[in-house]
Design a binder for this molecule. Structure first.
Ligand SMILES: [Zn+2]
Length: 286
C-alpha cells in the first residue's frame, strides 16, 4: 500500500485552529506577565513554611504569624500562606492565624531544629566590633530606618519568587552562621555573602520597587527592594548605588556595583531576604 493517509476534513482542521487560538489566548498572558511562583519550603529556623489554606478561593484571606502579616498568594486556584520562620524559633508545633471573611482559624506546622556552624571573622577596624560611644545615637536612628524598611507592606497579587542570583560570584558566607568578630559573639548571619570583584554590577533578582537607599554604619551603601506583600530584599556594602527611592525595577536590572563599604573585609555583596519581617535564607529563592 502506498502512504495514502486520509486528509482531515476542513471542519476538523478549522476546529483544531480555533482550539489552538483559544489555548494561545490564555497561555500568552501567563507567559508574558507571569504567575506567582513559590520559594523552596524548609521547616527550620531561618527557613520557610508554605501552608495551603483549605476552602475555595473567595475573598482574599489575611494571615498572621507572631504578630507579623503574612504573604498569601493564589496558586493554581487556592490560597497559600508563605511564612518566614525566625532564626530564634523553637523546634515544635507552631500556628498561623488566618481570617477569611468573618471566620478566623489556625493552621499548624512543625519546625525542626537546625544547628548552624560558627564563623570567626577578624576585623582590622575595631570600630566595627564595638562602635564608639559618640556613634551610638546615630546607630540607633539608622537601626530604626532599617527596621522600618523590613516592615514595609505593599499589596501585590503576582509575585515571582524564583529569583536570579544578584551577582555572579563565589558564596563566601552562608545564611545563619553564628558570627564572632575578633572573638566577640554577635548575631547570626542574616543573609548570604557573594564575593565578586570591585565594581561588578549587582542586579535585582526579581521585579519590585526601591523603598530605601542609604549609607549605614554596618551595611555601608545599601539598597532595599520591596517585591510586594512584605517580601523585602537588601543589598549591602555596595560601592555605587545606581537606583533611587520609589524607582520601579525589573528582574535583572542593575541596582549598584560591588564594593566593601561598612563592615566588610573585602569586596562582596551581602544579600538578605525578609518575609513577614523575618530574615530567611536567600538560597530558598534560587
Ligand atoms: Zn553578610
Amino acid at each position: 500500500m502506498s502512504g495514502d493517509r486520509p486528509r482531515p476534513s476542513p471542519h476538523i482542521l478549522m476546529k483544531t485552529i480555533i482550539q489552538f487560538f483559544i489555548l494561545a489566548f490564555f497561555l500568552i498572558p501567563i507567559l508574558c506577565f507571569g504567575a506567582s511562583s513559590l520559594p523552596k519550603e524548609s521547616l527550620v529556623p531561618g527557613g520557610i513554611a508554605i501552608l495551603k489554606i483549605p476552602g475555595k478561593v473567595k475573598s482574599v484571606p489575611t494571615g498572621y504569624f507572631q504578630q507579623h502579616r503574612l504573604m498569601i498568594l493564589n496558586i493554581k486556584n487556592h490560597w497559600e500562606a508563605i511564612v518566614g520562620i525566625p532564626l530564634a524559633a523553637k523546634a515544635g508545633i507552631h500556628y498561623i492565624s488566618i481570617t477569611e471573611g468573618k471566620k478566623t482559624f489556625q493552621l499548624a506546622f512543625k519546625i525542626q531544629s537546625k544547628k548552624y556552624p560558627a564563623e570567626y571573622i577578624t576585623l582590622k577596624h575595631k570600630k566595627y566590633v564595638m562602635p564608639k560611644k559618640e556613634f551610638l545615637e546615630a546607630l540607633k536612628k539608622q537601626q530604626k530606618i532599617i527596621q522600618h524598611c523590613f516592615m514595609h507592606w505593599r499589596d501585590e497579587k503576582i509575585i515571582n519568587m524564583h529569583f536570579k542570583m544578584p551577582v555572579d560570584g563565589r558564596i563566601s558566607s552562608r545564611f545563619g552562621f553564628q558570627r564572632y568578630y575578633n572573638g566577640e559573639k554577635r548575631s547570626q548571619h542574616r543573609g548570604i555573602d557573594i564575593a565578586a570583584s570591585h565594581g561588578v554590577y549587582v542586579r535585582a533578582p526579581g521585579n519590585g520597587i526601591v523603598i530605601n537607599t542609604g549609607k549605614y554604619y554596618f551595611t555601608g551603601k545599601t539598597v532595599f527592594i520591596d517585591h510586594g506583600q512584605n517580601l523585602i530584599t537588601v543589598y549591602a556594602h555596595l560601592h555605587k548605588i545606581l537606583v533611587h527611592k520609589n524607582q520601579v525595577i525589573k528582574r535583572g536590572q542593575i541596582i549598584g556595583t560591588i564594593g566593601r563599604t561598612g563592615r566588610a573585609t573585602g569586596p562582596h555583596l551581602h544579600w538578605g531576604v525578609s518575609l513577614n519581617n523575618t530574615r530567611v535564607d536567600p538560597m530558598l529563592f534560587l
